[in-house]
Design a protein around this ligand. Structure first.
Ligand SMILES: NC(=O)C1=CN([C@@H]2O[C@H](COP(=O)(O)OP(=O)(O)OC[C@H]3O[C@@H](n4cnc5c(N)ncnc54)[C@H](O)[C@@H]3O)[C@@H](O)[C@H]2O)C=CC1
Ligand SMILES: O=C(CO)COP(=O)(O)O
Length: 336
């Protein structure tokens, strides 16, 4: 299965941007990776490694990095966004004037902008030409960057309202180890990726408190119910949440030790302070800010999301984790 060679810009040289750029380069596409850190540009181009975010993984020698954001997108048919969501608008504003309507814009980042409560597709809708925004592709699923970079079998969803664009991303990425499904539910795929990070923090807290397997399984299941409720209020298709970008990613991130969000929660559950946890991390745990975004969205839309609410209170209002769990368990008894 060999796709036509594409000219692709990947915006964001963190672990996921690098793993995806490497996957595309392995498929013989012409890939230019924009990295924020100058030393990383040099390292990727000379040593073909990314020791800051993906240590120990040899990268494709043909993968080229640049520190020039505007130059990175010049002449590229596909632009793949992979910066943390909270800086996405600032990055997009710099390149938006140079993006033509025919360019395919894809995004692999997971979260909701705190200031506006918008998803990345909504941000693109504000900043990009209508044709580019309409053809937006959301990439999401259970995919730890390190495992994708190690070429371990992984599955992901490419969702777009323009089917040809979802198929184009599917063809560009697919390999015997990387299987891409298409989907047309952009909202559902984006919400799945954003909400699961918050529930993963909650699952980490639960494990850090030593609450056992029953509690974790219950949290994943009720977390999925909350994801579904928010999705329904925002026009997503319920079936999406039973798929890779919903259940799949929720299970991965709530149970996998490679998850940064789960790790933040685990340390909180063990009694560490959030500021100290984040102070030790170079990488991003999107769920920390997205907990507040999703909590605000739920309030605005009148959607009941008790796990998200308690996670937000633990993270941002200093609520003791044990107290939050006691409150969750004491909620009115009801039918499932
Ligand atoms: N790492 C993973 O396994 C996966 C990550 N994601 C998502 O991908 C997105 C990017 O995460 P990672 O690649 O993991 O990042 P990372 O945590 O590995 O690295 C942080 C990234 O943020 C960039 N950055 C920091 N400050 C910046 C600024 N002011 N402007 C622009 N860039 C800045 C850094 O250059 C680096 O690329 C997130 O939304 C994450 O949820 C999605 C699937 C898998
Ligand atoms: O989204 C991810 C896997 O699908 C990565 O999760 P973390 O950001 O929690 O590491």
């Amino acid at each position: 299965m060999k796709s036509k060679s594409e000219q692709i810009a990947v915006i964001g040289g963190g672990s996921w941007g690098t793993a995806l750029a490497n996957r595309l380069a392995a498929n013989d596409h012409d890939v230019l990776l924009w990295a924020y850190e100058k030393e990383l540009v040099r390292e990727i181009n000379t040593a073909h490694t990314n020791s800051l975010y993906l240590s120990g993984i040899p990268l494709q020698p043909k993968l080229v990095a640049t520190g020039d954001l505007r130059g990175a997108i010049d002449g590229r048919g596909i632009i793949l966004l992979v910066t943390p969501v909270q800086v996405m608008r600032g990055v997009l504003k710099q390149i938006a004037p140079a993006i033509g309507g025919g360019t395919v814009i894809a995004n692999a980042s997971k979260g909701i902008e705190l200031e506006t409560l918008q998803t990345v597709s909504q941000i693109c809708g504000q900043l990009l030409p209508p044709e580019a925004a309409e053809g937006y592709v959301a990439l999401s699923g259970p995919t730890f960057a390190r495992e994708v970079a190690q070429e371990l079998p992984s599955l992901i969803v490419a969702a777009s309202r323009v089917e040809a664009n979802a198929r184009r991303m599917q063809a560009a990425f697919s390999s015997p180890q990387f299987r891409v499904y298409t989907n047309n539910d952009v909202t559902g795929v984006e919400l799945g990726g954003a909400v699961k990070n918050v529930i993963a923090i909650a699952a980490g807290i639960c494990d850090g408190l030593g609450f056992g397997h029953n509690a974790r399984a219950a949290l994943i299941t009720r977390g999925l119910a909350e994801m579904n409720r928010l999705g329904r209020a925002m026009g997503a298709q319920p079936a999406t949440f039973a798929g890779l970008a919903g259940m799949g990613d929720l299970v991965l991130t709530c149970t996998g030790d490679l998850s940064r969000n789960r790790t933040v929660g685990f340390k909180l559950g063990q009694g560490m302070r959030l500021a100290d946890i984040l102070g030790e991390m170079r990488m991003v745990a999107e769920g920390v800010k997205t907990a507040e975004s999703v909590h605000q969205l739920a309030l605005r839309l009148g959607v009941e999301m008790p796990i998200v609410e308690k996670t937000y209170q633990i993270l941002h209002e200093d609520k003791p984790a044990r107290e939050a769990v006691t409150e969750l368990m004491a909620r009115d008894l009801k039918a499932e």
